[in-house]
Design a protein around this ligand. Structure first.
Ligand SMILES: [Zn+2]
Length: 316
C-alpha cells in the first residue's frame, strides 16, 4: 500500500475516534440534563430518592450516626444524589450497598467512593464488574467495564449486617432472580424493605439471563420478601413511582406465578413459542405491567418459556 493514503486514512481515523470520544463524554451528561431527583419518606429512618419515571430507586437510611445508601444511580447524577441526601440529613454518607450490578444501580459508585463512601455488594457484583456489563433490554445491550474505583470494596457471599443509627440493618443474597447477585436490604426497626430490581411496579420482571437471573428464583425471592413483610412494611421497588405496601408485592408475585403456570400448561400441550405468544398468556396483565416499551410481554414470556423447558435459549 502507498504510504500517503495510509497517513491520510490514519489521520481521518484519529479524527473519527476523537469525535466519538467527545460524543461519548458528552452524551451521558446530556442524557441527564435537567433531571431532578426527588426524595420521599419510606418509613422510620428510611427515605427513597427517585428520578422522573421511577428508575433506579435509591434507599437512604439516615440517622445520628450517618447515612447508608442502597444503590447509586448513574455517575452524572451523583452530585444530585448527594444533594438529595443533604435535603434529608447533614450527616456523613458512610456506606453504600449495591443491590446488583446494572449500570443504573452502580453508576454513582466511583464518585461516591471519591467521597470516602465504603461500597458493599454481593461477591458476584464485584466479579461481574470486572468485565464489560451486559444487560437484557433491547436483546442484550452492553455497557463498558466499570472503572476500578466503582467496584465494591467489601463483598459477602451470604449476608452482611450494619449496626448504627440505633438499628440493625440486614443485607442478604436473594435467590437468583433479577441476577445472581441480588441483595435485599431489610430495615426491621424502620420496617422497610429495599428489593432492588427483583421487584418493580412499572413492568414485568426483568429476568436477566445474561447475569444469572431466573424466573423460579424471582418467585422464590419474592416469597422471601413476603415472609419478611408485615401489613405495615413499606417496600421500595428497584423501579417504581412510589413506595408501596405488601399488597403490591403479593400482586406482582401472583401475576408471575399465574403467567408461569399458563405457559407451563401450554408447553405440556405442545405449544411452540410462537403459539404461546399468539395465545397471549399475559393478556390480563399487559395494561398494568406491559406498558414499558423496552420490556413487554414479548421480552418476558420467552424467558418463562425457555426456563420451563420449552426450548433452548441458544438455538443457533
Ligand atoms: Zn437491574
Amino acid at each position: 500500500m502507498i504510504r500517503q493514503p495510509r497517513s491520510i486514512l490514519a489521520a481521518l481515523t484519529a479524527v473519527c475516534i476523537a469525535a466519538v470520544a467527545v460524543a461519548a463524554v458528552q452524551n451521558p451528561a446530556d442524557r441527564f440534563a435537567g433531571v431532578e431527583l426527588s426524595v420521599v419518606p419510606a418509613a422510620g429512618q428510611v427515605h427513597m430518592v427517585q428520578r422522573p419515571g421511577g428508575g433506579g430507586n435509591v434507599g437512604v437510611f439516615a440517622g445520628p450516626d450517618g447515612v447508608l445508601l442502597v444503590d447509586s444511580l448513574f455517575a452524572p447524577l451523583a452530585d444530585r444524589l448527594v444533594a438529595a441526601v443533604r435535603s434529608v440529613t447533614g450527616g456523613r454518607i458512610r456506606f453504600l450497598i449495591n443491590t446488583h450490578v446494572h449500570p443504573d444501580h452502580i453508576g454513582g459508585n466511583e464518585p461516591l467512593a471519591g467521597r470516602d463512601v465504603l461500597i458493599f455488594a454481593h461477591d458476584n457484583v464485584r466479579v461481574r464488574a470486572l468485565e464489560r456489563l451486559r444487560f437484557p433490554r433491547r436483546g442484550g445491550s452492553f455497557a463498558p467495564r466499570p472503572a476500578a474505583g466503582a467496584r465494591p470494596v467489601v463483598t459477602y457471599n451470604d449476608a452482611v449486617s450494619f449496626h448504627f443509627n440505633g438499628e440493625d440493618v440486614r443485607a442478604f443474597l436473594a435467590p437468583a432472580a433479577h441476577t445472581d447477585g441480588d441483595t435485599f436490604v431489610h430495615f426491621p426497626e424502620s420496617d422497610v424493605l429495599h428489593l432492588g430490581d427483583v421487584f418493580r411496579t412499572t413492568s414485568y420482571p426483568i429476568v436477566d439471563v445474561y447475569n444469572g437471573g431466573t424466573v423460579a428464583g424471582t418467585i422464590a425471592a419474592l416469597e422471601q420478601a413476603l415472609a419478611l413483610a408485615g401489613s405495615d412494611t413499606r417496600v421500595i421497588p428497584g423501579h417504581g413511582l412510589e413506595v408501596v405496601g405488601r399488597g403490591a408485592l403479593v400482586e406482582f408475585r401472583d401475576m408471575i406465578v399465574d403467567v408461569r403456570d399458563r405457559v407451563r400448561t401450554m408447553i405440556a400441550e405442545g405449544y411452540t413459542l410462537e403459539q404461546v405468544m399468539a395465545a397471549a398468556p399475559t393478556a390480563g396483565y399487559d395494561g398494568q405491567w406491559g406498558q414499558e416499551a423496552t420490556w413487554t410481554a414479548n421480552d418476558f414470556v420467552p424467558i418463562v418459556f425457555y426456563e420451563l423447558g420449552g426450548g433452548s435459549l441458544f438455538v443457533p
